[in-house]
Write a protein of this length. Structure first.
Ligand SMILES: CC(C)(COP(=O)(O)OP(=O)(O)OC[C@H]1O[C@@H](n2cnc3c(N)ncnc32)[C@H](O)[C@@H]1OP(=O)(O)O)[C@@H](O)C(=O)NCCC(=O)NCCS
Length: 233
């Protein structure tokens, strides 16, 4: 509702002024949002922060992680079937881990964004997380609450996130990887247009050992080509 909206004109971003809409006035009185908005300009703010805000897709709403999500985050990701396929996430996973992750999202490096995946009709319900993070070539990562697997949710979320990364954030190249044998994730990446670039070794905190990963990358050019081809078909 426009009457409830506050338009913030925030600094200059890459030579252009940026308008960010905060959808409800009451969000400003929430301590977490106060903290997030306490920047003088985008030059002071983490680059990804001002750009992520909210993305809606057919079924989903992707939004920033909020302090109120932390219990739900910890309860959802504390599932070994999820964490064993991730590299940087411990298991068991508790509220302290969620708090650390939240603090991390407040200081994202340039060209990075972290989104909570929610149901579009219920943006309070956390279904998973999707992000791209990194200083040079950011890495795409994601996970989803187990009851929601197999419905194409990550594919739907990732398509919008890629568009945002390549068009809005102007990322030139995204990396990603999945642990060897994680067929759903491999299929997601291939379906998104990622190109396999070999295998590597990566440490999985939840497994407590190094694992073999399949590595992928997708450049902005490749993504544009795939998107245009898909649109024409
Ligand atoms: C991997 C994960 C994100 C998949 O999310 P999802 O929304 O269920 O994925 P989708 O429904 O889009 O399915 C992805 C693909 O895997 C396929 N798939 C699903 N389950 C499968 C299985 N058990 N074996 C083989 N393929 C499978 C689907 O058919 C689909 O392929 P298609 O697009 O070619 O038809 C989810 O399972 C998850 O969170 N896993 C734990 C964390 C994780 O692995 N994160 C990724 C780290 S790289």
């Amino acid at each position: 509702m426009m009457a409830n909206r506050i338009r913030l004109t925030i600094g200059l971003l890459q030579g252009r002024s940026k308008h960010v809409y905060i959808s409800e006035r009451r969000r400003l009185v929430n301590g977490c949002h106060k903290q997030r908005l306490h920047f003088h300009s985008f030059h002071d703010a983490p680059y990804g922060l001002g750009q992520q805000m909210r993305i809606t897709t057919v079924r989903l709403c992707l939004r920033e992680l909020q302090a109120g999500d932390l219990c739900s985050l910890a309860g959802t990701i504390n599932n070994p079937r999820i964490t064993r396929n991730l590299t940087r996430v411990p298991w068991p996973y508790d509220l302290n881990d969620a708090q650390r992750f939240y603090e991390h999202t407040l200081t994202l490096p340039p060209q990075s964004a972290v989104y909570v995946i929610t149901d579009r009709s219920n943006p309070d319900r956390l279904l998973g997380v999707i992000s791209y993070e990194g200083v040079a070539d950011p890495e795409l990562g994601y996970w989803l609450d187990e009851p929601f697997w197999g419905k194409g949710i990550i594919t739907e979320a990732a398509r919008s996130v890629l568009r945002h990364a390549f068009i809005v954030t102007k990322v030139q190249r995204l990396l990603s990887r999945c642990i060897l044998g994680n067929e759903p994730s491999r299929r997601i990446l291939v379906g998104l247009g990622f190109r396999p670039v070999g295998i590597g070794s990566v440490y999985s905190i939840a497994r407590g050992r190094a694992v073999i990963s399949q590595n992928f990358e997708l450049t902005s050019k490749e993504w544009r080509y795939t998107t245009i081809t898909e649109t024409r078909d």
